[in-house]
Design a protein around this ligand. Structure first.
Ligand SMILES: [Ca+2]
Ligand SMILES: [Ca+2]
Length: 112
């Protein structure tokens, strides 16, 4: 699940490395972050923050809608204001129906 970290190794003295790291392939854009495997012995399951997942929790739901509603009809949205704090999903310059459509198209995506 999103952000889960698995502590798979513990050691007193670390030497050597695995020849092969064989992890289950996650779907879509998700991936395993193995950068801490030889530091803390942990692998983390990562889901990149997609632009319609405005609070980056891996799920498109009411929390994201609330953020969009907070900025409803705000504009002009641009790179200078991070497209109205990420609420102008289609980068049209205004937080409007086009952004709601994107949110609806991805509604409950990633939610368990
Ligand atoms: Ca979210
Ligand atoms: Ca827009």
């Amino acid at each position: 699940m999103y952000g889960d970290t698995f502590d798979i190794l513990d050691w007193n003295t670390l030497s050597g490395m695995f020849d092969i790291e064989n992890l289950p392939s996650p779907p879509d854009v998700q991936y395993w972050d193995t950068s801490n495997l030889y530091v803390t012995g942990e692998n983390t399951f990562v889901v990149p923050c997609l632009n319609w997942d405005m609070n980056c929790d891996g799920c498109t739901n009411l929390a994201d809608y609330s953020k969009l509603a907070l900025h409803w009809l705000d504009g002009p949205c641009s790179e200078e204001n991070w497209f109205c704090d990420g609420s102008d999903l289609d980068k049209s310059g205004t937080v409007d129906y086009g952004d709601i459509e994107i949110l609806i198209d991805h509604w409950l995506q990633g939610c368990q």
